[in-house]
Design a protein around this ligand. Structure first.
Ligand code: SAM
Length: 328
């Protein structure tokens, strides 16, 4: 574990979107949920500005970073080791009935990516694992047992991989002799399946690794549930900020905010009018998404695809009143 393992992305912009410090001097200290704690870059900045922070991370690897923050801020900081889809239950168990801000910084941390043993990277040899929570089915389990049609579906849907069929067929052929256990073996096999690198700027395994990571960690369902939970937990005037790193994540956030701000797609004059939903539960903090400045990309290339979106909770009821598992 290094001292500066993960450089927080769009930090100043995220803090501004959460409006922390706006309550300074008032009796009410803002309670902000950092739904993706990582190494705590956002949490520390929020605590430094006087907020109380409840953080979530499903990776037990976040614990050592949380212990340091808990020492520095014993009364204002807690880490809950649960997925953010359980944000509402986690807050409830912590004795809170709502919060003033929620931030999601999606995807993997530099610690997860850089540590070969976690199995996220096609650049480092390690076990084919990819589990953020370090429990459940691994990427190796998935690659070695999923039917070929399922692999095609995952690679196409979650990796937007144009040669999904060819890669899935190659992997199924290879695994019948020798199952996959290592990241570099999988990356090399994918490279052979597509006939080498052919001058492509990215490694041919990039999209398949993204797809496996999303599937193993159920990332897109987690995001949808997390946004809905944030909607239920945020008090009127509370702020939502999301930082996404690829189009699948951003599409979900954008779709959620389009719907919840009442800006439904206007539809076509050839189709029946789109029914209006309930009262908007959010208003946009700013239109569109904010990306990093060139100086940030130069200092931290991992920031290059980041997109920040932000919204403010209205006083309308949440559109979904209960977590999915409990709906009848
Ligand atoms: C990009 S990092 C966050 C970095 C953090 N903002 C910082 O400044 O250090 C994302 C973190 O979110 C966690 N994570 C991703 N999906 C999660 C989920 N559904 N529930 C809880 N934690 C999650 C990952 O384990 C990882 O540690």
């Amino acid at each position: 574990m290094t001292d500066a393992p993960h450089i927080p992305v769009l930090l100043a912009e995220v803090i501004a979107a959460l409006d922390v410090g706006a309550e300074a001097g008032s009796a009410n200290q803002a309670l902000i949920v950092d739904a993706t704690f990582g190494a705590g870059g956002y949490a520390r900045a929020l605590l430094d500005r006087g907020a109380e922070v409840i953080a979530f991370d499903r990776d037990p690897g976040a614990d050592p970073f949380a212990r340091r923050l808990a020492q520095a801020y014993p009364d204002r900081f807690r880490l809950i080791n649960r997925p953010f889809s359980e944000l509402e239950a986690g807050l409830g168990d912590a004795g809170e009935d709502g919060c003033d801000g929620v931030v999601f910084d999606l995807g993997v941390s530099s610690m997860q990516l850089d540590e070969a043993e976690r199995g996220f990277s096609f650049m480092r040899d390690g076990p084919l694992d990819m589990r953020m929570s370090q429990t459940g089915e691994t990427a190796a389990d998935l690659v070695n047992t999923a039917p070929e049609a399922e692999l095609i579906r995952l690679f196409s849907l979650y990796g937007e991989e144009p040669t999904a069929r060819r890669i899935a067929a190659g992997l199924v052929r290879r695994r019948s002799d020798t199952p996959f256990t290592r990241t570099l073996d999988l990356a090399d096999t994918i490279e052979r399946c597509v006939g080498g690198r052919r001058g492509a700027p990215t490694h041919p395994a990039t999209r398949v690794f993204q797809a496996l990571r999303i599937a193993v960690n159920d990332e897109l369902d987690e995001l949808e549930s997390g946004l809905e939970a944030a909607e239920r937990c945020l008090r009127p005037g509370g702020r939502l900020a999301t930082v996404s790193f690829h189009s699948l994540e951003d599409r979900i956030v954008k779709g959620f905010l389009t719907e919840r701000t009442g800006r439904l797609p206007s539809g076509s004059r050839h189709l029946p009018p789109v029914a209006r939903g309930p009262e908007p539960s959010f208003s946009l903090k700013f239109t569109g998404a904010i990306g990093p400045q060139q100086t940030e990309i130069d200092a931290n290339p991992r920031a290059r695809s980041a997109k920040l979106r932000a919204a403010v909770r209205t006083d309308a009821p949440a559109w979904t009143s209960e977590p999915e598992g409990r709906r009848s």
